[in-house]
Design a protein. Sequence first.
Length: 338
Amino acid sequence: MRYDFASDNTAGMAMSALEGLARANKGFVRSYGADETTARAADAIRARLDADAEIRFVFSGTAANAIALSMLAQPFEAVLAHHSAHICTDETGAPGFFGHGAGLIGLPGFSGKIDPLALQAQLAEEEVGHRQPPAALSLTQATEYGAVYAEEELRHLIEPVKAAGHGVHMDGARLTNAVAAGFDLKDIARLGVDILVFGGAKAGASCVEALVLFNKGLSRRLDNRLKQAGQTASKARMLSGPLLGLLESGDWEAGGAHANLMAQRLAAGIAQRSAFVLAHPVEANTVFVRMPSEAHARLNALGWACYPFDDGSVRFVCSWATQQAAVDELIETIVGLD
């Protein structure tokens, strides 16, 4: 079975990330994030965001998201998010676990983007003592369906939330792909996002995500919170080193651009040469195809791992490591399913 397009988690580490790990591995340095490699990685992220922020490196996006949301919502409150967001569909209740009961309120919208009218309707609902009221908004950039919010779209979602006194979290597991599609990283702080998860694993690093707190008022006893959650790395340089390698080489951006380009090639080949229909616009590194279950089963039987997604379409994911030859081979196989 080939896993080239099953997920961007199936790819290994980029060479610059491995080199960053090798450099970080040398000698004896201070532990628990007090080392030079970790400081440089944090500075590199701040420079790209053009913002001062508290930054910590954790082992997974699930932990980063859940811990971030626990800072924004009390146990008797809830987080607004698209109903297909990773925190709603793929994190096994982690936001509620880390938030000691904090809830999730799913909102509709095309291709994983929250519908502004649905958000406004939810914000306008009367608060009662029998339901968890919203306390924060979670946004995903790029979305679970590969859509990329424009600055104006984000502003129309964030402004009413901030006006209501609520916090804002951004899940940036595929942030590099959003950047490659034209999103300006500097808009994140300008728009009023309180906490960002800056993606590393899907971008070609090891198992690392950066927790970025623009709202420094939330950082009180942050290290205690992370330690209790099992997210404090004793050898933090082993987390930050690979991400630093990506950032200093420019491969964080280049890898996202390559993944998006491969997704465009795959989508064009399927749309132009097969009878199958694309389920969503292809703006980042994912391609969703309307495919009968019989055709999907044949594709799996031919050795291509790909999975049905929440809307019933079949998802194909490109990464920094996707080869053009593999894209063309997959296209030929899909065309042969007609």
